[in-house]
Write a protein that binds this ligand. Structure first.
Ligand code: PMP
Length: 417
């Protein structure tokens, strides 16, 4: 059986894009069974901001297990949960003067998105949700209904349930006043679109092709929500936890959303964990209205607490900013000159090379496949998979970052010559 047949014989997995068997990983490097080393520019789609098997976090998790710490606590109050909440409050919330209640949701990001949608509807007693074209919020029915990507929705019949997609400032909409458009829709009682309970947005559409929302746009969105009694939900699942620099990606716009969804890197170690941050006055859940067996994984609490401790101990944010500059320079100096038809976009440690007008998704695919052969894991994103998405662990050292970038350059040379 070849590697493709092996991977697809009884499961579906990523092996079509990354045909190898991986078994060990450290920092920004993944090792395969065959002994090959790959630099990881995918970082678990944003779940591995602290890299693989981070020494400090690992040691905390190992000591917890060693001491027979509770592995599964349903949603009971445990000391691991208590410690996480205290650290999260100290390092993330209080220091930013943010007042949010924390709700642990199911294991993965989409679970917290579902909770946000349910709660918004309950609070406002309205069912409508506005989302944005190109958005990605997850694969369960509610979050899929608010995801715009046609490929992602293709496997499902009849997702939409009072969801309206508004234009995101991207592509031909960039010169269009999308906020004014939403205002006009809300002001027109004959528009046929009901006032929504909430608007959900990403500050950077990551799966949508690394589209960075302008600061003023986010501020106007927040004002629009306030003026119209609509809740603003920020999905910070992929670009939160420091990916853009500050802990929350919306901080750069100096806004405070009514709810925030976090997952992926919050657990620090790649353990499944998702949570919803709720302004206290919106916490109208009655007991039992939103529960689940795997809410609040204990090992994830331990990993998450250790990750926050680690953050505190170093210049995490400045470090991300320095690497941002490196990536930006690499892309501007080495990739853009290849063709004026290539576009680059990004912020912090998430960058995209958009090949839409230069070879499209097939060239983008050839390049990412060649990268894989050369020892770099990098994935595509975007409405039509035309964007090569660079998403290394935030802790990557500069030598490895540089090496990964030079593989991208080499792959470009190999694929377009
Ligand atoms: N929202 C965003 C912004 C995401 O990037 C993702 C995952 N790519 C999700 C939601 C869904 O998270 P999960 O895959 O853990 O359900």
């Amino acid at each position: 059986m070849n590697i493709f047949e092996k991977c697809e014989s009884n499961v579906r997995s990523y092996c079509r894009n990354f045909p190898d068997i991986f078994h060990r990983a450290k920092g920004s490097i993944i090792y395969s069974d065959s002994g090959k080393e790959y630099i990881d520019f995918f970082a678990g789609a944003g779940a591995l901001n602290y890299g693989h098997n981070h020494d400090y976090i690992k040691q905390k998790v190992m000591s917890y297990l060693d001491a027979d710490g509770i592995a599964h606590g349903l949603d009971m109050y445990t000391s691991a949960k208590e410690k996480f909440l205290a650290k999260f409050d100290e390092v993330v919330l209080s220091s930013r003067k943010l007042d949010y209640r924390v709700q642990f949701c199911g294991p993965t990001g989409t679970n917290a998105v579902e909770a946000a949608l349910k709660l918004a509807r309950k609070v406002k007693q309205r069912s409508g949700i506005f989302s944005f074209m190109g958005a990605y919020h997850g694969m369960t029915l509610g979050s899929l209904s608010i995801s715009g990507n046609v490929g992602i929705r293709a496997g499902t019949i009849g997702t939409s349930n009072n969801v309206t997609f508004m234009p995101y400032p991207y592509g031909f909409m960039e010169s269009f006043d999308t906020i004014q458009y939403i205002k006009s829709v809300l002001n027109d009682i004959n528009s046929g679109i009901e006032k929504p309970a909430a608007i959900i947005f990403e500050t950077v559409q990551a799966e949508g092709g690394v589209v960075v929302a302008p600061i003023e746009w986010m501020q106007r969105l927040k004002n629009l929500c306030d003026e119209n009694d609509i809740l603003l939900i920020c999905d910070d699942i992929q670009v939160g936890c420091g990916r853009t620099g500050p802990f929350f990606s919306f901080e750069r716009a100096d806004i405070v959303p009514d709810m925030v969804v976090l997952s992926k890197s919050i657990s620090g170690y790649g353990f499944p964990m998702s949570l919803l941050l709720i302004k206290p006055e919106l916490d109208v859940w009655e007991p039992g209205e939103h529960n689940g067996t795997f809410r609040g994984n204990q090992l994830a609490f331990v990993g998450a607490t250790a990750a926050l401790e680690y953050r505190e101990s170093c210049n995490f944010e400045q470090d991300v900013k320095a690497k941002e500059l490196f990536l930006k320079n690499f892309l501007t100096q080495q990739i853009l000159p290849i063709s004026e038809k290539i576009a680059i976009r990004g912020i912090g440690m998430i960058w995209g090379i958009d090949m839409k007008n230069f070879g499209g998704s097939s060239l983008a695919k050839n390049i990412t496949s060649r990268c894989f052969e050369l020892g770099l894991i990098v994935e595509r994103a975007g409405r039509n998979d035309t964007v090569i998405k660079i998403l290394p662990p935030l802790i990557i050292d500069l030598v490895t970052l540089e090496k990964g970038c030079s593989i991208i350059k080499e792959a470009f040379n190999d694929c377009i010559s």
